[in-house]
Design a protein around this ligand. Structure first.
Ligand code: KE4
Length: 432
């Protein structure tokens, strides 16, 4: 593949944007090389400015459930744009999307729209602190909930990818109110609550973490989490920004039958435009201004373009049973990847949930941050670049999750498996 135009464009971008990107993981910093500069996307494909075509498993890190520019979303955005892009006033579309979200995620009686997952989790924390009158929060090492101070502590995703899970700039006083424990570690959870239970406002977790790669909860872990938070009067915040409408139509809380007090959503809810949300039981959400005293606001929150895109995406998803269809396609893909890795003699752990999956380069189970970090990152690099050069665009980090869309065809899946067979063979050869 030729990448000369991307190389030149990326060099220029770095003169004006830190690292040349507006979000660190896009920089390829951890895998090396120059990221293709994307010119367009359609369906399951993206095209870079050198004219290369890729089957896309990043899909904007989750939002594009139907693939790039599905007609249902594009038409809705065009129609909304012709009427107006933002008003700073209430609109019918905001209530329509709120009602749709509350129906699809029954633990949410009410919901507030914001513009990013970071805003959603930041606001959810403030709400938990306001509702309980307590200051401390508990998070799990390797879970990523966005880049605000309280949660950028032992965070996953780009923070781990770039080796800065505890970012400079987070005040010590703030970090001290954030208690971190390993995911899937019930004894550690019980110890923290025994020692500081009456200080803890909430536990926030990705119920099925996707930011250390896709790591699944052990049997009984989420149930124990729900029980102990109830026992001590702490709130349970499920951060489903990634897993919402991805692990299942009702999110991971529907798969594990967990009833959180607050849920955060993002990505798919906006159909590719900036929408995120936090919501939960009415008695909790009534604390949010102007109904209650907890302040949170946003100039572009609930803007008409994003609402139109979200309504179109979620409506199409529900009416066409999209989640089920993509799940079965994803299972075919991961089955093929497992067979290809075995044939090449490369030990991998492949985790799949709904339309999300991660290939961990490890010969041991991956159940938390430490076991994810023990993966063979050199092997991942070889696999990643081999796939990229063959026209398969994967998230450029072992600590990310891959996504499949409705637009991924059986031919795309088979090509991906065939390319992976070659990539695994390159990994095996490099080990000799
Ligand atoms: P944003 O602020 O990036 O919209 O959402 C933050 C966030 C919150 N919670 C979860 C579970 C998330 O996965 C995210 C963001 N996910 C990453 C992908 N691992 C976004 C990619 C990026 O940082 O560019």
């Amino acid at each position: 593949m030729i990448h000369s135009k991307s190389e030149a464009a990326f060099a220029e971008a770095k003169n004006y944007i830190p690292g040349g990107v507006n979000s660190p993981v896009r920089s390829f910093r951890s895998v090396g090389g120059v990221p293709p500069i994307v010119a367009s996307g359609k369906g399951s494909k993206i095209y870079d400015i050198d004219g290369n075509e890729y089957i896309d498993y990043v899909l904007s890190y989750g939002p594009l459930l139907m693939g790039h520019v599905p007609d249902c979303v594009t038409e809705a955005i065009k129609a909304a744009a012709e009427k107006g892009t933002s008003y700073g006033a209430p609109t019918l579309a905001e209530t329509e999307l709120a009602k749709l979200v509350c129906r699809l995620v029954p633990s949410m009686d009410m919901v507030r729209m914001v513009n990013s997952g970071t805003e959603a989790t930041m606001s959810a924390l403030r709400l938990a602190r306001a509702y309980t009158g307590r200051d401390c929060i508990v998070k799990f090492v390797g879970c990523y909930h966005g880049h605000h101070d309280s949660l950028l502590v032992k965070a996953g995703s780009g923070a781990t990818t770039l080796g800065v899970p505890d970012s400079p700039g987070v005040p010590k006083a703030v970090a001290e109110t954030t208690i971190t424990i390993p995911f899937n570690d019930i004894p550690a959870l019980e110890k923290v609550f025994a020692e500081r239970g009456n200080e803890i406002a909430a536990v926030i977790t990705e119920p099925t973490p996707g930011n250390m790669g896709l790591v699944l909860p052990n049997e009984g872990f989420l149930e124990a989490l729900r029980a102990i938070t109830k026992k001590y009067g702490a709130l349970l915040i499920c951060d489903e920004v990634m897993s919402g409408f991805r692990s299942a139509q009702g999110g991971s809380q529907s798969l594990y039958d967990i009833d959180p007090d607050i849920t955060c959503l993002g990505k798919v809810i906006g159909g590719g435009l900036p929408v995120a949300a936090y919501g939960g039981r009415k008695e909790i959400m009534q604390v949010v201004a102007p109904a209650g005293p907890m302040y949170q606001a946003g100039t572009l929150s609930g803007n008409p373009l994003a609402m139109a895109a979200g309504i179109a995406a979620l409506t199409y998803m529900e009416e066409n049973k999209v989640c089920e269809k993509i799940e079965s396609m994803t299972a075919i893909l991961t089955g093929g990847l497992e067979r290809a890795a075995a044939a090449a003699g490369v030990p991998v752990q492949i985790h799949r949930l709904g339309s999300m999956f991660t290939v961990f380069f490890s010969d041991k189970p991956v159940t938390d941050f430490d076991s994810a970090c023990a993966c063979d990152l050199e092997a991942f690099k070889i696999y990643f670049h081999s796939m990229l050069e063959q026209g398969i665009y994967l998230p450029p980090s072992q600590f990310e999750t891959n996504f499949v869309s409705l637009a991924h065809s059986p031919e795309d899946i088979q090509k991906t498996i065939d390319c992976a067979a070659k990539a695994f063979a390159e990994v095996a050869a490099a080990r000799k």
